[in-house]
Write a protein that binds this ligand. Structure first.
Ligand code: NAP
Length: 471
């Protein structure tokens, strides 16, 4: 049984789940395909009430859902509660606006008749999701595609099966028809078979570069549309005119949230030289105050990492960085608790030859760099194989905006933490993947953008039509 909940705070095996059978997979695809065809005869707006109901059930069961997520992957209970609320916000948003956003888009054309783009469903989708936001990652794909009319099959991370099952139950309890979202404890091979099935029309993956490359390869081979939301090594740029206290107040929070296991959590802090020493001193003071402990305890402020594997990987990266010349400014000491803890750590002096320079450190480790100009800051921020998000801090917001424009990522926030909301597009460039989730862009990620031109009769004089030759 590959799918297991092992509580990352107690290290206890909570529950193991049976692997999906091939029969279950066939049933899931067939049920989804039937639903896809059924939904063609139902207006988009008819699904809004169910999606609102899903939001209501999420809110009504917030505490229990939050507990399940925290036991699955260790995040602070209050963070899990916030995640459940965010899922409800996303569901409500698409329920309220989805039908309007999916109305045909007219095109002004010199052609005779009316040209318009219809935004139509394409078929069953496969979604492959990670453990770090075990509900929100599903909702980002589920809510828009439920409105569109694309039934979905979910393969969640092997360490968050409790959250996967709980999410599926909310959808079922809200009265969504069978096949709307089917959770399967599927193997990689089974996922590849699902993607290859002609009834399946697309795959959305959020995860690592390694996972993304494997799934995109299968999707490419089978010519299936796909979106890839991959890792990030986002820069947090502190410009020379920033207020250090405000910058640090933002910096420690974005780095520590979810024990640093956030794709858009800033991992590289690029600080103007006039502020560098003070920034480091104050960042250290903030990290020192963090209290590791039981993520269910409201007094705990730094959660364990999601698994032993994740902790070992990050510790290995820190060791490699240090062996390669990085200095430990703070942290990197063992935490005397049973869970999978990494002490919040600050690394400096990471130069380009360091073996970790281009790696994403997915946990509570801040790499801090010193630069002497805006240009140098932008150059360093862009010297990355990844391009997901970023933050720029300046007392002059327009100065920050000018620098933000030059950063090669999918999202940049000036003087604010990077929020994920249904109306804002989410996604990256370069090794961080392609495609966008949420917003109008996410809603149409897996639609058929179908051109329909409606005329009363042909315009034989239309110079663009070769048919005019036969007059
Ligand atoms: P991962 O190993 O790629 O796992 C993500 C999901 O992909 C899991 O469900 C995993 O299943 C599955 N998977 C991996 N290889 C697969 C394959 N060959 N076939 C089918 N499924 C496969 O990612 P992770 O390391 O756990 O997650 C952290 C990464 O996700 C970080 O790099 C982070 O930055 C990124 N992330 C990106 C975003 C974004 O929106 N851009 C958001 C959150 C996280 P198993 O669990 O069974 O291996």
């Amino acid at each position: 049984m590959a799918y297991k909940t092992v509580n990352p705070y107690t290290n206890e095996l909570v529950k193991a789940y049976p692997d999906a059978t091939n029969e279950e997979i066939e049933t899931a695809i067939a049920t989804g395909d039937r639903l896809y065809n059924q939904w063609w005869d139902e207006p988009v707006a008819s699904r809004a009430a169910t999606l609102h109901k899903i939001a209501d059930l999420l809110r009504a069961n917030e505490d229990e859902l939050a507990r399940i997520a925290t036991v699955d992957m260790g995040k602070l209970y209050a963070e899990s509660q916030g995640e459940v609320e965010l899922c409800a916000i996303i569901a409500d948003y698409y329920a309220e606006h989805g039908a309007e956003m999916l109305k045909p888009t007219p095109i002004s054309s010199r052609n005779t008749g009316d040209a318009e783009i219809l935004h139509q469903a394409t078929g069953v989708l496969m979604m492959v999701e990670p453990w770090n936001f075990p509900y929100y990652q599903i909702m980002r794909v589920f809510a828009p595609n439920f409105m569109v009319g694309n039934p979905m099959i979910l393969k969640h991370a092997s360490n968050t099966p409790g959250s996967a099952a709980a999410f599926e139950k909310v959808v079922t309890d809200a009265g969504a028809p069978a096949g709307s979202l089917t959770n399967l404890f599927a193997s990689y091979d089974q996922v590849a078979n699902i993607i290859a099935d002609p009834r399946v029309q697309g795959v959305a993956l959020t995860g690592s570069k390694r996972g993304g490359q494997s799934v995109a390869e299968v999707a490419g081979k089978n010519l299936k549309k796909n979106s890839m939301e991959l890792g990030g090594s986002d820069a947090f740029v502190v410009l020379s005119d920033a207020d250090v206290d405000k910058a640090v107040d933002l910096a420690w929070r974005v780095r520590i949230y979810n024990a640093g296991q956030v794709c858009t959590s800033d991992k590289r802090f690029i600080v103007a030289d006039n502020l560098y020493d003070e920034f480091l001193k104050k960042l250290k003071a903030s990290f020192e105050k963090l209290v590791p402990g039981d993520p269910m305890d409201p007094k705990t402020t730094i959660a364990p990492m999601n698994s032993k594997r994740a902790k070992d990987k990050l510790q290995g990266q820190i060791d490699k960085a240090v062996a390669g010349g990085a200095k430990v400014y703070y942290g990197n000491q063992p935490v005397d608790l049973p869970g999978q803890f990494i002490q919040p750590t600050i690394l400096t002096d990471i130069d380009k030859d360091n073996p970790e320079f281009y790696d994403e450190m997915f946990g509570p480790v801040a790499q801090v760099f010193k630069v002497s100009s805006d240009e140098e800051a932008v150059k360093l921020a862009n010297d990355s194989e990844l391009g997901l998000g970023g933050i720029v801090v300046s007392e002059d917001a327009q100065h920050g905006r000018a620098v933000a424009e030059k950063i090669e990522t999918g999202m940049v926030f000036v003087n604010s933490f990077l929020v994920s909301l249904p109306e804002l597009p989410f996604g990256g460039v370069k090794g961080s993947g392609y495609g966008r989730e949420m917003s109008q862009l996410g809603l149409t990620a897996f639609t058929n953008e179908k051109l329909v031109v409606t005329a009363q009769e042909p315009d034989w004089n239309n110079p663009a039509g070769g048919l005019a030759v036969f007059k």
